[in-house]
Design a protein around this ligand. Structure first.
Ligand code: SAM
Length: 380
């Protein structure tokens, strides 16, 4: 049997990228979340409807906010179908709704998450078919309701995904390069770096400008969902639009007109064109100065600045000689950027040593499947 959760204060779960859990926990606490607990690639917390809206709109390091609906033990495969079939889905969906199911499994009687998603979907649509002679359709791209089925050992938790599309899709990316950094990771790196929101920041390999845009949005308190048109909860039957608009207005009121000094450059002209397009869309063009230039030829835009950089390091951008490339980064930092604090992210754990500077901090984060080091150099 499933256990229904109390309505006023729900247990909630925010999913994130491995390595960003403590940052997300802080963000949630600052929004008023209670019972905040760091898990693997997730943070659990409790909160009400208002917090669910705020978490989606303001948590820069959350990928999704899940609202657990019910849970049950699984001893044999049939338990999945039976328990999901027994839930009163007609309270949440109509036969005309569309749905999609994400399944995540570990250490359980099932070995294939696709199969779990399929079985869960069958259980829901069979219930509708027998009650209404009509069934909700499946829409993997843009469903009315996204349902998350999580199986860990012999416990199955079924949740509603209140975010819909992943929250890294901020809605500001008009143009992109070959290897843009995930927006959630970029926001996490800015926060992990301890940037004080006032020291001028320079990204010398800025690509389409994601790090600079996330930094500017943080410094100006622009909510990360500000440019996004839709969240999953907006299509829920009980969606309270007035309450949502109040929450949104409250967060938007805190946007500050602070003038920033952010600098970006890239050796590829097309990257700078992309970055300009994205900045123009976000209204941040006046805060970020861009130029086409290779790092080795660039001059420090200010004294004692702050570098945050995502150089090429994976298969998406080929570098012929990664050792020489990292040596060049190190030489450039030593020759020209005295007085700077510099943070670089790389998954090339061997070549990054050839920067030839001793990192004062190293943080492990993941960029998709790639284990990366986020390293800090103090250039005295
Ligand atoms: C991984 S991408 C950066 C992606 C960026 N963070 C974004 O979100 O779009 C690396 C960038 O470094 C640039 N690049 C490579 N070598 C460079 C160099 N020597 N100087 C400046 N830019 C360089 C590439 O053109 C590419 O745009």
């Amino acid at each position: 049997m499933y256990t229904l959760k109390p309505p006023a204060k729900w247990p909630l779960l925010a999913k994130t990228i491995s390595g960003l859990e403590p940052v997300l926990a802080k963000e949630l606490e600052s929004l008023g979340a209670a019972d905040v607990k760091v898990l693997k690639r997730a943070v659990s917390f409790t909160g009400d409807q208002i917090l669910l809206f705020k978490a989606n709109y303001c948590c820069r390091t959350a990928l999704r906010i899940l609202k657990p609906l019910f849970e049950f033990p699984i001893n044999e495969q049939q338990d999945l179908y039976n328990n999901i079939h027994n839930y009163p889905w007609e309270d949440l969906l109509t036969p005309d709704s569309s749905l999609s199911i994400d399944a995540v499994i570990s250490y359980t009687v099932f070995t294939n998450s696709q199969f779990v998603a399929q079985k869960s979907k069958d259980a829901i649509v069979d219930r509708f078919r027998s009650k209404f002679d009509k069934r909700p359709s499946v829409d993997l791209e843009n469903p009315d309701m996204r349902i998350n089925v999580h199986l860990f050992k012999n416990l199955c938790t079924v949740s509603l995904d209140s975010s819909g599309q992943s929250l890294h899709k901020r809605g500001y990316r008009r143009s992109t390069g070959p290897a843009p950094i995930n927006e959630v990771l970029a926001a996490g790196l800015v926060q992990l770096s301890g940037w004080d929101y006032t020291t001028p920041m320079f990204d010398p390999m800025c690509g389409s400008g994601t790090l600079l845009i996330e930094a500017a949005m943080l410094a100006k308190s622009i909510p990360c969902g500000y440019f996004r048109k839709e969240f999953g909860f907006m299509r829920w039957k009980d969606f309270d639009r007035d309450l949502w608009l109040q929450v949104k207005a409250g967060a938007d009121d805190r946007i500050s007109p602070l003038r920033l000094q952010l600098f970006g450059s890239d050796r590829a002209e097309r990257a700078i064109v992309s970055a300009k397009e994205n900045l123009a869309f976000t209204g941040l063009s006046d805060d970020v100065h861009l130029q086409t230039c290779s790092f080795e030829d660039s001059e420090p835009p200010v004294e004692n600045g702050f570098i945050l950089c995502n150089p090429p390091y994976d298969e998406r951008i080929r570098i012929d000689d990664t050792i020489a490339f990292n040596k060049l980064i190190g030489d450039t930092l030593k020759r020209k950027f005295k007085g700077y604090t510099a943070w670089f992210i790389s998954s090339d754990l061997e070549s990054i040593k050839f920067i030839g500077l001793k990192p004062s901090r190293k943080i492990v984060v993941f960029n998709g499947p790639l284990e990366c080091r986020f390293v800090k150099f103090e250039l005295y």
